[in-house]
Structures are given as structure tokens and as C-alpha cells.
Design a protein around this ligand. Structure first.
Ligand code: SF4
Length: 367
């Protein structure tokens, strides 16, 4: 690769997908272009999936060439796709600087959910998580978050639509709140992806100061990675707990007016053998979570080489969930999806085992 090419790939120009429509309208106005031209561009980008500015034919040619001279329109390329035996697809995506991230598409009978990443790696080092073991490289841009959605839509079966979006991939979304907030505005914009906010879920390990600002963006759902019932255990599993311990986390959620019966919190509880799977843990949960409208998702640990934990036996899982039901809790035991391709919860680490379906973009790792 020539030095020129290397430089072109290392320098990132502003990207049209970094801006919500409102922000784009302001940019267009500054340049003396009618604000509705920004709406037209957004429609081309997100409704029609046209990235070539020349193809945006209802926009005047001089505006198109000015846009093309200043802005990029694509930020990620698909490097590889892998398909699980259960239909789950994992996309390995390459950014302009060679960074690699993953997005996971989970088809179900009545819905299609996409799990997107928000950071390259993650700084929070949760001890059960493969992404945490990677360390942290950088935050993703809004355009890179939005591009995960567009790239996933391109590999979906014809006649199917994306119904749900979860920010549960690589990274802690609330440590990248500005980019995540702008992405939510684009995803829920009627002239862009038009996803209903209630179909969007953002997961956090508990970055408490950012919870209220996130919930102000749109009436989305919040998921909280709880994983333990005592600070002693949670300090090990989720080191952020040392800064924001369980009682403070739950008090913040209890006091948050935008969490209610129509918008409950989804607590995530990864069940690990001998760590957090006792009947005593299950009995503590209803008391801990009382006063917080919520649902509890219990997820048996998805094993991977970077963590010393295993899923409990079926009997232990049943005992745990039965004790929760006895305590009056609403519980979902989450099915494993994409475990064979390391696409399950906590497994995203740019590892590539098993059969790989190469895409047509296989040689293009950067744009
Ligand atoms: S569980 Fe989430 S917050 Fe914790 S290390 Fe993994 S990606 Fe980061």
C-alpha cells in the first residue's frame, strides 16, 4: 500500500452519518443551503441506503459536489460475516484506522434484533467479559454506530425488517454518551430509520451520572448489568462497582422518574457457577430491586477462554429461577444465541473460530 493510501485511510473526514437530521439542517443552513435539503440527504442515506452523493438526484448538483468535497458517507466495511447454526449472524467490521468491531444480528420468529458496539474494546474490564479482556482503544463515532445498522440490514433476509436494537455489543455505551445519543436520534428519526424508541435498549454497567442524560434523549429502555447481589462479588465481576456500588446504583434507578411500569429497567444477571448462583442470591434479589419497575433477565454464562467462569448446571439454574419466582419476580431465562460463533453475550472479542462466510468486501478492511 502506498504512503498516500495509508494517509488517506488514517485521516478521517467528517461523516454525514455523524449528525442527527437536526444537526445536519443546521450545518446546511450555515452553508446557505435550504434546511430541507438535509432531510432529503437523510432519506437517501437511511431510507434508500444510497451512500454515493451523486446518486442523491433530487439534491442540486452544486450542493452534491460541495457535500462530496467535505464529507464522507461511509465509515465501516464488512470484513467477515459468520452465521451460527441458530441463524444468528456476527459481522466483523473494519473502520478507517484499522479498528475492528462486531455487531450481532439475532433473527427470531417475530422480531429481528441487532446488537451494536459503541467502543473499540472496553475500559471497564468486567472479569467475565471477552471484550473487557481486549482493553480499550477508542470510542466509536455516531457514523460508525449507525453504519453497523446499515451493514446489518444489508445481510438480512429479503422481506425481513429490523425490529429491535440493543446497545449491548463491545464497549460501555454510557462512556460514549454524545455519540450514542446522536445515534439514537438518527435511529428513532421518522425520516431516517424510524425505530420506535421502545424498541431500543441501551445497556450499562452502571455509569450513574450518565443515566439521566441518556433517558432524556428519547423514551428508550435501559438495561443494567447487575450480575451480583453483594458488593463483594460485584466488585470482582464489574470493577466499576467500586466507584458506584450496588446500593447507589439501585437508589439512582429508584429515584429516576423516567423509569416506570411502561418503561421498566431490564436487569441483566449472568449466572456463573459457584459465584452468584446460590438460592441466597436469588432470595436477596426481590428485596434489593423492590421499588424499581423492572424485569430480570437471567443469562447462563457463555464460556470463553478469557474468563474463568462456567454456567451452572440445569438443576442449579432451575433452583435459582424458582427462588426468584417464589419472591414474586418477573424473570426471563435467556436462550443462548450464536454461542458457536462467539456472538453470545460477553463473548465479543474479534475472535474468529469456526466456518467463516467471507463477504464480497473481504479485501477491504478500511475506507
Ligand atoms: S461487560 Fe460491558 S462494560 Fe463490562 S467489560 Fe464487557 S463490554 Fe465493557
Amino acid at each position: 500500500m502506498s504512503d498516500l493510501n495509508t494517509m488517506r485511510h488514517a485521516i478521517r473526514r467528517p461523516n454525514l452519518k455523524d449528525y442527527s437530521r437536526e444537526a445536519l439542517r443546521a450545518i446546511f443552513k450555515e452553508r446557505g443551503w435550504a434546511a430541507y435539503r438535509a432531510d432529503q440527504v437523510a432519506t437517501w442515506l437511511y431510507k434508500n441506503d444510497v451512500e454515493d452523493v451523486d446518486g442523491m438526484t433530487n439534491v442540486p448538483a452544486e450542493i452534491r459536489s460541495a457535500i462530496a468535497a467535505e464529507f464522507d458517507t461511509r465509515s465501516l466495511e464488512v470484513v467477515e460475516t459468520q452465521k451460527s447454526v441458530d441463524g444468528t449472524q456476527k459481522l466483523l467490521l473494519g473502520a478507517f484506522d484499522g479498528a475492528r468491531i462486531e455487531a450481532v444480528l439475532i433473527p427470531e420468529e417475530r422480531r429481528n434484533t441487532l446488537c451494536v458496539s459503541t467502543q473499540v474494546g472496553c475500559p471497564l474490564t468486567c472479569s467475565f467479559c471477552a471484550t473487557g479482556a481486549l482493553g480499550f482503544t477508542r470510542n466509536l463515532t455516531t457514523g460508525e454506530i449507525v453504519d453497523q445498522v446499515l451493514q446489518a440490514m444489508r445481510v438480512m433476509e429479503p422481506e425481513t425488517t429490523l425490529t429491535n436494537l440493543v446497545f449491548m455489543g463491545m464497549g460501555e455505551p454510557l462512556l460514549n454518551l454524545p455519540a450514542v445519543s446522536e445515534a439514537i436520534r438518527i435511529l428513532t428519526d421518522q425520516k431516517a430509520f424510524a425505530l420506535a424508541p421502545r424498541r431500543v435498549t441501551v445497556s450499562t454497567s452502571g455509569v450513574l451520572p450518565q443515566i439521566a442524560p441518556l433517558l432524556e434523549v428519547a423514551p428508550i429502555h435501559l438495561a443494567v448489568s447487575l450480575h451480583a447481589t453483594t458488593d463483594e462479588v460485584r466488585d470482582v465481576l464489574v470493577p466499576l462497582n467500586k466507584k458506584f456500588p450496588i446500593a447507589e446504583l439501585l437508589e439512582t434507578l429508584r429515584a429516576e422518574p423516567r423509569i416506570n411500569r411502561r418503561r421498566p429497567v431490564f436487569f441483566e444477571y449472568t449466572l456463573m457457577e459457584g459465584v452468584n448462583d446460590s438460592v441466597e442470591d436469588a432470595r436477596r434479589l426481590p428485596g434489593l430491586l423492590s421499588g424499581i419497575p423492572c424485569k430480570l433477565n437471567v443469562i447462563p454464562m457463555n464460556p470463553h477462554p478469557d474468563a474463568p467462569y462456567r454456567a451452572p448446571s440445569r438443576e442449579t439454574i432451575n433452583r435459582f429461577t424458582a427462588a426468584l419466582h417464589d419472591g414474586g419476580m418477573r424473570v426471563t431465562l435467556r436462550r443462548d444465541r450464536g454461542r458457536d460463533i462467539d456472538a453470545a453475550c460477553g463473548q465479543l472479542a474479534n475472535r474468529r473460530p469456526g466456518p467463516v462466510q467471507k463477504t464480497t468486501n473481504e479485501s477491504s478492511s478500511a475506507v
